[in-house]
Design a protein. Structure first.
Length: 280
């Protein structure tokens, strides 16, 4: 019996996919890699995004529904041996599925036109894992969009894509926006700008108690090492710190972002902007 034909390791398709591990090739081709069943499933379900799928025989048998969805989405499906998948993949332990996807960032003007109520702005965030995790937090909190400034990490870095755990495909993301333009555009759209900073003069708990968090809000999150520069802080309507009630020195970027975004999400869904209830 003749087994299924496997794509050759020397195929031009394999070489093209392998090159997408590098940013300059991603930018030139406007293509990126999505690895693993979760990311590939999300890509296949996102209109006109998945271009190709490379799958080992074992993965194709295990995830028949994903392979079928990829074919239904118009993607070319290539069966490959494990060495080919390992050659394309950027992970230490590949899961047998690697998708080639079209860029899907959204023009910043489209973000503004949608009149967003909750936005995460990543200013000078350089760590791809943090960028992807903040994107995931924003998605979970029900944010309307994420904006990556021009000084931030590449949205399509494989580590960013993996850390987003599929959230990259769920909400609009604008990239390459200068921070000044991002802030001014959001302000013009009626969005209040809050800068998250451990040394902020405003306390998140106090803001919640005052009922000021229920309006349309964009949170600016800064660099992992040095936070937000003074000129960016001055652009915000308020600089807000997450209170540290215990003995921890600080919170990392992704954790602080999750706290801030969920605080806004809760306030926007609560009567009166989430004011504290004083016992009678």
């Amino acid at each position: 019996m003749v087994g299924p034909e496997l794509i050759s390791p020397k195929s031009s398709r394999v070489s093209a996919a392998r090159r997408l591990a590098k940013r300059n090739f991603r930018g030139k081709e406007r293509l990126f890699l999505a690895e693993g069943p979760q990311a590939v499933r999300e890509a296949a379900g996102h209109a006109d995004t998945l271009v190709e799928l490379f799958a080992t025989l074992d993965a194709a048998e295990r995830y028949t529904d994903i392979v079928a969805e990829a074919r239904d989405a118009g993607a070319r499906v290539h069966l490959a041996d494990e060495d080919v998948i390992a050659d394309i993949s950027t992970t230490v332990t590949p899961q047998g599925l690697v998708g080639v996807c079209r860029f899907l960032d959204t023009p910043f003007e489209d973000v503004l036109a949608a009149r967003p109520k909750l936005v995460a702005v990543l200013a000078n965030v350089r760590d791809p894992g943090n960028a992807g995790t903040v994107l995931r937090c924003a998605d979970a909190a029900g944010a309307d969009a994420v904006v990556l400034t021009d000084a931030s990490v590449d949205l399509y870095n494989p580590k960013s894509v993996r850390a987003s755990v599929g959230s990259l495909f769920h909400l609009p993301v604008a990239v390459g926006v200068p921070v000044e333009r991002a802030v001014q555009g959001l302000k013009d759209a009626g969005v209040r700008i809050l800068a998250a900073d451990g040394a902020g003069e405003h306390d998140l708990d106090t803001e919640l108690d005052r009922g000021t968090m229920g309006t349309s809000t964009a949170w600016i999150f800064g660099n992992e090492a040095w936070g937000l520069p003074e000129e960016t802080r001055e652009l915000a309507d308020a600089v807000v710190r997450v209170p540290i009630h215990g003995k921890a020195e600080s919170l990392n970027l992704a954790t602080a972002a999750a706290v801030c975004l969920y605080a806004s999400a809760r306030a926007q869904r609560a009567p009166g902007g989430c004011r504290s209830v004083t016992p009678s």
